[in-house]
Design a protein around this ligand. Structure first.
Ligand code: HEC
Length: 288
């Protein structure tokens, strides 16, 4: 058994958080039903209205659960393993019960009078509209990073992806090209996500502290994350920003930043410099 396999079967697979802040809607036979934001954020990467992608279609889900909201919620919090051709669904225990109820009502309404469409063969994951958009933030298993990693697919010309390890609380590397978690899902967790071509690697934390950092989560603004973590008593925020094609990572510390070593380096594809302003440090990656 590979490590990945063990992790997967040990149900250490954390929720694959797909964050998209725009709301969309699907049309049922007679009415336009607004899609709840909680559905767009938590479910839409894997569930489409009338097509099986990573998971079954909403039409199929409504068939099973149209009379049993409680069983639906139970599944979301503690999903079972049913369909042999599909991976196991990650638990949605982080979604508030009120939001799951709203999602349930939405699924029932949106599927009224709708039938499953014919499905084409191929990368079903590519059919998911939220998977094609940039920026996006996906939590999945990624090569050369910890099992709880995120990638941030940026809307730069080169299609940069930041691979950020939530266990070590730091950037691991940057790639260019289309990133895809499909390989991972298709193989039920036995393969890793595809990450494009590496153009920058950060071998250690910028902070020289010996203390193990503790991940506190991230917030999202206009599709870009700000990571929050603790090193000892210091709370650090690391905001990912874009200025045209330039990637900026701004670190601030409360009460103040621990001792750091700012990277200053050049690869063929990316020049990395840094800037200090008051209490914050900004690492700047410029495509060459
Ligand atoms: C990372 C992909 C993924 C995400 C995100 C996801 N699901 Fe699923 N879901 C699946 C897969 C895969 C299955 C099929 C699992 C199986 O049959 O073993 C599934 C199955 C289901 C089922 C069918 C259960 C049954 O009894 O057959 C329901 C209901 C469901 N998901 C609801 C949700 C809801 C609601 C959300 C968002 C809060 C969500 N899912 C998010 C992948 C996902």
């Amino acid at each position: 058994m590979t490590i990945i396999n063990q992790l997967f079967s040990a149900k250490l697979l954390a929720a694959s958080a797909l964050l998209m802040l725009q709301s969309s809607s699907v049309s049922a036979e007679n009415e336009e039903v607004a899609t709840p934001l909680a559905f767009t954020i938590n479910c839409s990467g894997c569930h489409l209205l009338d097509k099986a992608v990573v998971g079954p279609s909403l039409v199929d889900i409504a068939k099973i659960y149209h009379k049993d909201e409680a069983a639906f919620i139970k599944w979301c919090v503690e999903p079972g393993k049913k369909r042999p051709q599909m991976p196991q669904m990650p638990s949605m225990a982080h979604v508030a019960e009120g939001d799951l109820k709203e999602i349930y009502q939405y699924i029932i309404k949106a599927t009224k009078g709708t039938k499953n469409a014919k499905v084409q063969k191929g990368d079903l994951y590519a059919e998911s509209p939220t998977m094609a958009a940039r920026p996006r933030i996906i939590r999945t298993f990624i090569p050369d990073s910890g099992p709880a990693s995120l990638y941030v697919a940026l809307p730069t010309e080169e299609k940069h992806n930041l691979v950020w390890d939530t266990d070590l609380c730091r950037l691991r590397y940057i790639t260019t090209g289309e990133a895809s978690a499909w390989g991972y899902y298709r193989s039920s967790g036995n393969d890793l996500a595809k990450m494009g071509k590496k153009c920058y690697t950060e071998n250690a934390s910028l902070f020289t502290s010996e203390l193990k950092p503790e991940f506190k989560g991230y917030r999202v603004k206009e599709g870009l994350p700000t990571f929050i973590y603790m090193i000892g008593e210091v709370e650090i925020t690391e905001a990912i920003e874009l200025e045209g094609n330039v990637i900026k990572r701004t670190f601030t510390g409360s009460p103040s930043l621990p001792v750091y070593q700012a990277p200053d380096r050049e690869t063929k594809e990316l020049r990395t410099t840094s800037q200090v302003s008051g209490q914050s440090l900004t690492v700047i990656h410029t495509a060459q």
